[in-house]
Design a protein around this ligand. Structure first.
Ligand SMILES: [Zn+2]
Length: 130
């Protein structure tokens, strides 16, 4: 699933600079990570579809924080959607239902768009006024 390009030097060193981010591409969740090193002059990029690996997600959360989303009907993230996107176990779903789901801002937007896409009437209605 992962795509790799560029070459890493043997180990990340103290001068290495990491960046990680998420975006939505064609209605799908995508993550990217880049490493650049002024000492070795290397750059590497990794990316993949779906939720990022834990170490990438931690980096994104450190930068952008999280949004706590309610889970379950009627107003929360649909449980089926949450399970499909994150591959949660039953226990994880139960915990998310109880406490809410900590999503990154991009994931929150993606989940809202995905939930809305199942209901075209809702997705295309726009409230009048501002
Ligand atoms: Zn380095």
């Amino acid at each position: 699933m992962d795509e790799h390009s560029g070459t890493l030097h043997c180990e990340p060193c103290e001068a290495c600079h990491f960046e990680a981010w998420q975006r939505i591409v064609d209605g799908r969740l995508r993550w990217e990570e880049s490493q650049s090193c002024p000492v070795y002059g290397v750059q590497a990029c990794h990316g993949g579809w779906g939720p990022p690996p834990p170490w990438v997600r931690e980096r994104i959360i450190a930068e952008e924080g999280t949004v706590r989303l309610p889970v379950g009907e009627p107003d929360g993230v649909p449980i089926a959607l949450l399970r499909r996107v994150y591959g949660l176990t039953i226990a994880e779903v139960a915990a998310a239902r109880a406490t809410g789901w900590e999503a990154t801002p991009v994931e929150a937007r993606f989940l809202a768009e995905s939930a809305g896409a199942a209901d075209p009437g809702q997705a295309y209605s726009s409230p009048s006024g501002g």
